[in-house]
Design a protein around this ligand. Structure first.
Ligand code: MN3
Length: 236
């Protein structure tokens, strides 16, 4: 997520902090909903036939919404979850109070991951990386196909629910990792360039148990402009 996106992400939180100041914390926290579900930015059916409309609808309107609702319903337990920068929270979970750490990890992680994921997909985008990102992928993996194979392997190797990521690691090099549940790259000290949701809810209606088929077809909907932007920010 670039800085502008992060600001958008936090716009609700800023408004919320102002309200809290005016009305008094207790009242404001009982009523405010600082976290908002971002729109997809394209129609549910826009990624057909690769990702079906029903999956997109349920994934966004129900699964992602649940993480947002869980945050809003629990923000009074630790109001900083709505006011501190998301990347700062996710990259240092040890600083989150123990009583809400699991909640923040799962739901703020889920909110960040899905926001990143919707933006990383687009109908009719380029079919392959270009420019600096292409050069970096070729340098790190050999070529685009080998990088795709590494992501597929990470996604298939993730037992249960989680994500496969192309990240810029602490060493500033590209790497493929996977994370469990809703863990984000920031929790590993890395920055996400590409991330594919490999929870069953992301593919089961169309692909059933064939997670590998879903990952193969997912490459058709990647927004390479967004991936290039993520890479640029991650290496800045
Ligand atoms: Mn998901």
């Amino acid at each position: 997520m670039n800085r502008r996106d992060t600001l958008k992400f936090l716009a609700g939180a800023t408004a919320f902090a102002g309200t809290a100041g005016m009305l008094g914390r207790g009242i404001a926290f009982a009523q405010a909903k600082p976290f908002t579900l971002p729109p997809l930015g394209y129609a549910n059916e826009a990624l057909e036939p690769h990702i079906d409309a029903k999956t997109m609808q349920i994934h966004h309107d129900n699964h992602h919404a649940a993480y947002v609702n869980n945050l809003n319903n629990n923000v009074d337990k630790w109001p900083e979850m709505a006011t501190k920068p998301v990347d700062e929270i996710l990259s240092n979970l040890a600083a989150v109070p123990e009583g809400v750490r699991g909640l923040v990890r799962n739901n703020l992680g889920g909110h960040w991951n899905h926001t990143f994921f919707w933006e990383l997909m687009t109908p009719g985008g380029a079919k392959a990386p270009a420019g600096d990102l292409k050069s970096a992928i070729d340098g790190a993996f050999g070529d685009f196909d080998k990088m795709k194979a590494a992501v597929k392997s990470a996604g298939l190797g993730r037992f249960g629910s989680g994500w496969a990521w192309l990240v810029v690691g602490k060493d500033k090099k590209l790497a493929v990792i996977s994370s469990a549940n809703q863990d984000s790259p920031q929790m590993e000290g890395a920055k996400g360039v590409i991330g594919v949701d490999v929870w069953e809810h992301a593919y089961y209606l169309k692909h059933q148990y064939k997670r590998g088929d879903y990952i193969d077809t997912w490459w058709n909907v990647v927004n390479w402009d967004k991936a290039a932007d993520n890479f640029k920010k991650a290496t800045a």
